[in-house]
Design a protein around this ligand. Sequence first.
Ligand SMILES: *Cc1c(COP(=O)(O)O)cnc(C)c1O
Length: 425
Amino acid sequence: MVRDNHIFSLIQDELYRQQNSIELIASENFASLQVIEAMGTVLTNKYAEGYPGKRYYGGCEFVDQIENIAIDRLKKIFNLSWANVQPHSGSQANAAVFQACIKPGDKILGLNLAMGGHLTHGSSANFSGKNYQTLFYGLHPDTGLVDYNQLEEIALKERPKMIICGGSAYSRDWDYKRVRDVADRIGAIVLADIAHPAGLIAKKILNDPFDHCHIVTSTTHKTLRGPRGGVIMLRHDFENPLGIKDPKGKIRPMSQVLDLSVFPGTQGGPLEHVIAAKAIAFGEVLTEEFTVYTQQIISNAQAMASEFITRGYNLVGGGTDNHLILIDLRNKNLTGKQAQEILEKVNITTNKNTIPFDDKSPLITSGIRVGVPAITTRGLKETDTIKIVDLIDRTLMHADNDVEIQQVKKEVALFIKSFPIYPEL
Ligand SMILES: *Cc1c(COP(=O)(O)O)cnc(C)c1O
């Protein structure tokens, strides 16, 4: 067969892009070489519908061992009673949970997408908004923090079947207990979607959702620094609220309902090459090195946030507890779209993001989201993040000055060279 040089050269271009830019997209990270290696293996050839020990295909001896190791390591990280490592993505994990717990037309209550929520928490463009009646809570206009009073008010009035905690652009920690207390008053299930902060929760740097939320989902590629994928987790199993009975008339526990909801409910064969990479990443999370990594994430985010504040930038929520910062650019007379595009010119990668009560559309926005997991993986420390804020500030303040833009671009290239990533490639 002829080697497909076209695709391989584009992959090489992407490697150079990652090596030569400052990556500040809060949902991205650099997986280790062994995680990447595992994904490019013969495991991709294997069909393994079902679960370890209960597959629909022969030849699953080795993938069974791999999947069991992934499950065991994940259980150890978060002290779980049960986990499913098969969801192909965070969105797939949420789809499986919804299908297991609620019926089409039921009410769900999540954080408004425009205030930091996620598409799968009820956006009208997503299955979650099409199949369920959606209700939203938001952030408080004065503090930029989750408005738990509003959440409670809507929950008691509308009695949703499920309340969802978590989001994609929220820089503060969550009060999971408060949400559970509300849910218990109306018999609702609480889902915590920790796609973003999972790595920080793993190291107990942020509040633990597992004792308060019935079900927890996550991606594996954000702060967990694994391959692109999803997981569903339970610390405490419980009787399923739909009362689904097995052939002997017994009501199944939630863990079994969730397993069935992933396969055959919403997916076919699992991606065992990705599950192998998940197992490796979970092994990395269990190390002391990863503990140090997550502590550095917090130090870097704190250093960056205070430097932005010093330079007159307004941060939503007034700062950060986690790995990300949401900057309100309205006082700088820039839209999020403009800022993202100018920064891209100097090879600093961010994303435009709506801010609470934004008057601009999601395609324009008034903010940018900045995260430190990727640069922290590259080895950047507090003083380096302060240097990055300087580069960002100079770029944004001289958007029309091409000489300055070219100068910053040169400085970015020189600066990031001293933090090599994937030198082996
Ligand atoms: C990133 C994210 C997801 C979805 O992950 P995908 O793997 O992109 O489907 C789900 N929920 C939240 C809160 C996220 O931030």
